[in-house]
Design a protein around this ligand. Structure first.
Ligand SMILES: Nc1ncnc2c1ncn2[C@@H]1O[C@H](COP(=O)(O)OP(=O)(O)OP(=O)(O)O)[C@@H](O)[C@H]1O
Ligand SMILES: [Mg+2]
Length: 378
């Protein structure tokens, strides 16, 4: 796996049970996965010769992020490396403009959007959105960096022309979208193997704060069966149409008029961490099965209600993380904890907790309490 973050760390855990050994290409020896995997190579994913050396002897090569240049992926594939997802698929997870163009071509529901390079173009777009009945002024609009964004970095709610001018002055390549009147955010996770088999997980609700996913509820509470099936079918259709091998996470907005695609990810995804305990097959194992072309594992829930809550780095001071863990385990022995071994920085994802149970409301409260405790020590 190229990339040594927490996704590689959790994939490593799943690889052990499959009798595989996960080799990791990590930027630094203290990256999350480099701390635990036995076979770690230090190198940069933008360095083709490092990638080539890394791939030697691997059954398959895959990624814990979407930042490997597609030219490098294509070059390795041409040299006979089984590398998934391929360049022609992953580009739609790397580049939000290409993603929106392709989704539009495929007839998938997307927000109104446009590539822009000047503040005047952003203002024109807002005026067009505002010209529709019931849309107010059209502002705010959502601007997104075409490449490189994550955890809400690279997404800006622009209130007016002045905000648009300020952003355009930074020189970042942008698309602009209407702000979707969303009821909530949901996600559909599927896996696809080179053989073409797909497996779909139950659709989940994702709760974001300040652009970061903080909670995932599985299954999405109160989601009508026909919408859940529609979301799963959409994800399956996209996986086939884009030729994805491995996991595909489709982030969706639920609106009064149905579902709209926000974005695509082609790797284990934060919206699937709950599957480690909450599904018969974890997303990490499923991703490995897919890229190794094994048959897919069962995706059904192991409990009626499953909640994952992210643990973000809190303010320094107070009890150490280890002391907090000790108290948490004493207070709620049913909570499952995953810590990523990362340096604590405010707002950084340093771990997650998962709680399983019968009643979503109480499961959610326990997960939130556990995450808050690890984060804030209170
Ligand atoms: N068109 C939109 N209308 C309303 N809200 C939006 C829109 N686009 C994005 N958002 C909000 O901003 C969040 C982050 O957007 P997006 O998923 O595109 O960014 P990201 O930084 O790539 O995300 P990730 O954290 O998944 O890497 C979304 O989860 C949603 O809450
Ligand atoms: Mg997102």
């Amino acid at each position: 796996m190229v990339g040594g973050g927490q996704l590689a760390r959790m994939t490593h855990q799943a690889a052990i049970a499959l009798g595989q050994s996960l080799r990791v290409l990590s930027q630094a020896p203290d990256d999350s996965a480099a701390l635990v995997a036995a076979d770690v190579r230090i190198g940069t994913h933008t360095d083709l010769s490092a990638l080539r050396e890394f791939a030697k002897g691997c059954d398959a090569v895959t990624f814990d992020h979407e930042h490997v240049p597609t030219g490098h992926i294509a070059a390795l594939a041409a040299e006979g490396v089984k590398i998934y997802p391929g360049a022609e698929a992953i580009v739609f997870a790397q580049d939000k403009r290409r993603m929106r163009e392709r989704l539009s071509e495929l007839g998938a529901p997307v927000p109104r959007w446009r590539p822009v390079s000047t503040a005047a173009e952003i203002a024109d777009f807002a005026a067009e959105v505002g010209a529709r009945p019931g849309e107010g002024s059209g502002w705010p609009v959502v601007a997104k960096a075409v490449r490189g964004g994550y955890d809400g970095r690279g997404v800006w709610m622009l209130a007016d022309l002045a905000a648009a001018e300020e952003l355009v002055a930074t020189g970042v390549e942008l698309i602009v979208e209407e702000r979707v009147p969303l009821r909530r955010e949901i996600a559909a996770l599927v896996a696809r193997s080179p053989f073409g088999q797909v497996a779909a997980y139950p659709v989940v609700e994702t709760v974001q704060r300040d652009g970061i996913c903080v909670e995932v509820l599985a299954p999405a509470p109160g989601l009508p069966e026909e919408l859940a099936v529609e979301a799963q079918q959409l994800a399956i259709d996209l996986a086939h149409a884009l030729g994805v091998v491995g996991l595909l996470a489709v982030e969706l907005f639920e609106t009064a008029d149905g579902i709209v695609v926000n974005e695509l990810a082609m790797r284990p995804h934060n919206s699937g961490h709950w599957t480690i305990e909450g599904a018969r097959t974890s997303q990490f194992e499923q991703h490995l099965r897919a890229v190794l072309d094994y048959p897919m594992g069962e995706t059904s829930l192991t409990a009626p209600a499953v909640v994952m809550a992210n643990v973000l780095g809190g303010a320094p001071g107070g009890m150490t993380l280890d002391e907090r863990l000790h108290h948490l385990f004493a207070a709620d022995p049913g909570v499952r904890v995953h810590l990523y071994g990362k340096q604590v920085r405010p707002g950084r994802k340093i771990g997650h907790v998962t709680v399983l149970g019968d009643d979503m409301t109480s499961v959610r409260a326990r997960a939130a309490r556990a995450a808050r405790w690890l984060q804030e020590g209170k």
